[in-house]
Design a protein around this ligand. Structure first.
Ligand SMILES: C[S@@+](CC[C@H](N)C(=O)[O-])C[C@H]1O[C@@H](n2cnc3c(N)ncnc32)[C@H](O)[C@@H]1O
Length: 458
């Protein structure tokens, strides 16, 4: 789930690298020293999206930042769980299936929409109406007047023309047929949003989207022959490809709907908003377990990689609205509100002092990102402490590397947690991460500090 964000180094900086590595090693040691580290490779499969990709209900929307509901059992969570960065609702759905109660918060309207659809069982008549729609849809598509194209500048670039028209015709049909049944309409809409990347001329990669007409080779990207890549990807009939993708997705969701028959779906709440407003959003609710995976301090801007789904799904309708979302999100990326004040954390300042000033990440403002990130996490942990009546708070997080230094996010969060009123902190190391090739020379002796962990505060 994480990649180290990197800067480059010139020869002079490399010469300075040895004393820096020594200084870095001793600061990292001092940050780690107060904490017990325990290897827990058994948790590694649960801290990423992989398991959810094939799990009923979870698989309705690919949310590559997600983790697994198996964490509920693996971490022995209680029966009133809070996930303040709940994303597409992995823990909430897991809690429903286990008969527990949970509350989630997320700033991303698409994530909250997906979580709510998954958590809202439809009635038998609603499922039957959707089944009939599926059976009757295909011959109706060509005659439907397309739904309006969103005002996203790249709207015509991210879909082939026939695919775009077909998508918008399908949307017009279900918006019309289910206009008086919001539950069924949202079910269809989730299926529609979920297939956009499958039928699109783009795919999510790294910190954004890439176009399918480009192929990555060693020296960069080359253009794939026009006409050929479309045939390879979509086959000869793009309208057919789009209809098939949509119908297959709705059928899969209908098939999974039987999992709604057991479990406790009413006791789960997915709230749209920022974790920084947690006290206002939770209205006095308290919990006996908290688990979350915040965005990592790695510069990834989820609103950039999900922009097609956000615009086409109608979750944003202007660039201003998109930027507002970015500003409300955690300061883990460069488009967040980095101008907001922060309270300095002493060991973080020491790490920032060691950063390579020639690195692009330094010039782009990564120090402000890091200061804002840990300040936001301090606010989050204070709120968590206040709403936790008993039990533990678990943070799934990965460390990162920038401009010749490593940020030990897990140990820094453990330290901040203790400052926020928790009395014990332990770090469960699930796996080790690699640093990108440009940084390997400088950080070769320190790669052990690149970890993905679960910080446990009690
Ligand atoms: C690593 S993902 C968590 C995914 C989640 N565990 C799941 O299984 O879907 C981090 C989440 O934090 C959310 N986020 C970012 N800033 C936030 C904020 N200020 N308040 C609440 N959520 C935020 C993102 O939208 C994203 O869904």
């Amino acid at each position: 789930m994480i990649d180290a964000a990197l800067g480059s180094e010139d020869a002079a900086t490399k010469e300075r690298g040895v004393p820096r590595a020594r200084a870095l090693s001793s600061i990292l040691q001092r940050i780690n020293d107060p904490f017990a580290f325990r290897a827990r490779p058994d948790l590694a499969p649960f801290v990423n999206w992989k398991e959810n990709a094939t799990a009923p209900i979870h698989r309705w929307l690919r949310y590559r930042e997600a983790y697994s509901p198996h964490l509920i059992r693996a971490l022995a969570l209680g029966d009133r769980i809070l996930d303040p960065f709940c994303g597409c609702g992995s823990i909430l759905i897991g809690a429903a299936q286990e008969g527990l109660a949970s509350t989630g918060i997320d700033v991303n309207p698409l994530a909250i929409f997906a979580a709510r659809v998954k958590l809202t069982p439809l009635s038998k008549p609603q499922l039957l109406a959707i089944q009939s729609f599926v059976v009757e849809m295909e011959p109706r598509v060509a005659g439907a007047a397309p739904w309006p194209v969103p005002a996203l500048g790249i709207a015509s670039k991210v879909f082939e023309p026939d695919i775009l028209t077909t998508l918008l015709q399908i949307r017009a049909l279900y918006e019309h047929d289910f206009a008086s049944d919001p539950g069924a309409r949202d079910f269809m809409h989730l299926a529609w949003v979920a297939i956009l990347e499958t039928v699109g001329s783009y795919f999510k990669e790294g910190n954004g989207i890439k176009y399918r007409n480009r192929k990555r080779v060693k020296s960069g990207y080359i253009l794939r022959p026009e006409g050929r890549w479309q045939d390879e990807r979509f086959g000869p009939d793009q309208r057919r490809f789009t209809i098939d993708a949509f119908l297959a997705h709705v059928k899969m969701m209908l098939h999974d709907a039987r999992f709604w028959k057991s479990g406790c779906w009413k006791d789960q709440a997915a709230i749209k908003g920022s974790v920084l407003d947690m006290d206002r959003l939770l209205l006095g609710r308290t919990f006996d377990s908290i688990v979350f995976s915040p965005p990592y301090a790695n510069r990834f801007d989820y609103f950039e990689s999900m922009k097609v789904e956000l615009w086409f799904g109608g979750f944003v309708d202007s660039y201003h609205a998109t930027n507002q979302l970015r500003k409300t999100s955690l300061r883990s990326h460069l488009a967040a509100d980095l101008a907001r004040p922060y309270a300095a954390i002493e060991p973080l300042e020491k790490l920032i002092d060691l950063m390579d000033r020639d690195a692009s990440s330094w010039r782009m403002g990564v120090p402000s990102l890091l200061r804002g990130y840990f300040d936001d996490m301090r606010t989050t942990l204070k709120h968590c402490r206040n709403v936790l009546t008993s039990g533990r708070c678990h943070i799934v997080v990965g460390n990162s590397a920038f401009a010749g230094i490593i940020i030990p996010t897990d140990a820094l969060l453990a330290k901040i947690g203790l400052e926020c009123g928790f009395s014990r902190a332990e770090i469960l190391v699930t796996r080790h991460l690699t640093v990108a090739p440009q940084q390997r020379n400088q950080l070769s002796s320190l790669e052990d500090h690149m970890r993905e962990s679960v910080v446990v505060l009690s």
